[in-house]
Ligand binder design. Sequence first.
Ligand code: SF4
Ligand code: SF4
Length: 447
Amino acid sequence: MSISANEALSRIKVTAGTRPASDGRRLRVARRAMQWGALALAVLIPLTGLFRIDPAAATFVVLDRQIWFADFFIVAGFWLALSSILVMTYSMVGAAFCGWVCPQNTFSEWANRVTKRLLGKHAEVSLSGESLHVSAGKKSWFNWLLLGLLLSGAAMLLALIPLLYFYPPTALWSFITFRHDARLAPSLHWIYTVFVLIILVDIAVVRHFFCRFMCIYRVWQHSFKTTHTLHIAYDDARTARCAACNYCLTVCPVEIDPRNTRLYDSCINCGACISACDSLQYKTGEPGLLSFEFGERRLSRLAGQALAAGSKIKSNLGTLLGRFSWSLPFTLIGMALFVWGMVSYQPYHLTVYRADANQGAAIQDYRVALANKLYRPQRLKLSVQGLPEGSYTLSAQEASFASAGRRDVMLTLHPGLPRGVHRFVVSMESEQGVRVDYRATHVVTGS
Ligand code: SF4
Ligand code: SF4
């Protein structure tokens, strides 16, 4: 009896795969480490002062320095490097951020695990489309109470993370310990309570419903995918293994069929399906039927096997390098601008304005605006050069700052200056000897 080429190939046992058999634990552990590591990083970034926001001054703060829009190199360099890295990442690994980093997914998965442990393996309490049910043997008020306490505790901790980005750690400690602190907004306890409630509803009920139907960022990441982006490959030479098995489908958080992923589907490259299938196939001594793959999507692994391993690696490498070649220059330029901006950063700012008080009449008053952009005490001394002695008055010779902030000092020119153009320089000097000059011009038209 003659058989087709496909049938013949499908009877060949595929063991010499691109990867060895695995019980799926390594990938699972790697993903968990990445998820919790990302969360730890989200806490450490503001705690170490690497980045936060000062709402009172309406500025970003990097390493205890206020970053104004006037700090062009820092702002432009940061956004150029970040956006080019992100676009390159989206086009290389698709929406892997959702599966490996995003706290929404991390806490939805954690909430699912806790729910299953307390209410039963098949318990369902979230917006998954299934009706609410718990295992008969787990129906106890204690289990519900424990679940409620765990979810509430997680919501209370999570709601503190955004606050870390708006308040220094010492101010947040005052908030947690109910101590008065002038740096805290009077309504902060209400804001925090609203945060906690939103997060509690999210991790208790919404969970992956948000990822599937509400997250715009996932859609944004998908829009940069190409046919070469990281995706799930299915070994359809061993499709018989899937008979009476849908384990990978049951673990998929976005409820798609991992055996048939498409370019613009909801896959977040979390790898849960790979770990699940690996764990099933491990006892047969073979790798699972699912794997991560870069490069051109293939309709069939059978067709793919015709591609020589060397040319496949070359093609995938070529794809990656092709992406790097256009995005890397932007990343490098952005980084260079950022570093230059940080090196040439001006910690103090000085501007001289004409004061409005004498509008309509001859201008005699100038407002000297001083700013300390560093979050540490500073005393800035003022002086004026280019005007005759006794022809002006400064309302203060120096300005003291307990931390970052702004002060205004009035400079009044006395009547009696001769007609003409008077160019003068207002100088400001820090205790460390850093000097900033501002050149101004005063015109006397009358007699
Ligand atoms: S877990 Fe593996 S064997 Fe089971 S259906 Fe999915 S791909 Fe097939
Ligand atoms: S198909 Fe696999 S990798 Fe994609 S979201 Fe589902 S479980 Fe995760």
